[in-house]
Design a protein around this ligand. Structure first.
Ligand code: AMP
Length: 209
């Protein structure tokens, strides 16, 4: 059983590492951001409620996120564990998760703010297959097009400068205290997330063994 979460500020590389580790461990990679964006794209009542918060970079209310997450971890493919990326983001979410499906390992991606701003503002994503690119460190082969399916790459609305500032402020205020929550329970491992994806990946593997 692997119940793992990646904690850290937006832009730390959690999604990139989660895709790789989840495949290695054969557990689903659950990104609450992706789950909420899918709800918003499908225009479900829950997605419509979440959309305004997401666009401006504020947190979606706990009750909404918890509903989406609990439904997802209740599915059969999550029976042997899961890798959470972007959840928990508040101490209330962490506390609820403890009573539903306690995590056995939490990896904290640590890195300085200026690196985060650079990474977020140069991020582009494929709207079709969700592959993530970085215009500086991991550009697509053909400018503006996904390597896998040729779709036109887009910038997430919340990767624009105003929303980045909000997201980093929200992170410092509400999400950073969760680090202490898991440290106090002896389940936190901190890694230096400034390196290349391969360097960070080695630390992630060591932290989750
Ligand atoms: P992400 O893709 O993880 O950067 O999430 C994008 C946005 O989705 C965040 O800025 C929030 O608006 C929302 N979101 C994702 N996960 C959570 C969560 N655990 N709690 C509250 N809001 C969330």
């Amino acid at each position: 059983m692997h119940r793992i979460a990646f904690l850290g500020p937006p832009g730390a590389g959690k999604g990139t590492q989660a895709t790789v580790l989840a495949a290695e461990l054969a557990i689903p990679h659950l990104s609450t951001g992706d789950l909420l964006r899918a709800e918003a794209a499908a225009r479900t009542p829950l997605g419509l409620e979440a959309d305004g918060y997401m666009r401006s970079g504020r947190l979606v209310p706990d009750a909404v996120v918890l509903r989406v997450l609990e439904e997802r971890i209740g599915r059969p493919d999550a029976r042997n564990g899961f890798l959470l990326d972007g959840f928990p983001r508040t101490v209330a979410q962490a506390t609820t998760l403890e009573s539903v499906a306690p995590l056995d390992r939490v990896v904290f991606f640590d890195l300085p703010r200026d690196v985060l701003v650079d990474r977020l503002s140069s991020r582009r994503v494929c709207p079709t297959c969700r592959t993530v690119y970085n215009l500086l460190s991991h550009p697509p082969r053909v400018a503006g097009r996904c390597d896998r399916d040729g779709a036109e790459l887009v910038q997430r609305p919340d990767d624009r400068p105003e929303a980045i500032a909000t997201r980093l402020a929200v992170y410092a205020e509400t999400t950073a205290p969760i680090v202490d929550f898991y440290r106090a329970r002896g389940r936190l491992r901190t890694i230096d997330a400034t390196g290349t994806p391969d360097e960070v990946g080695r630390q992630v593997r060591a932290a989750t063994r």
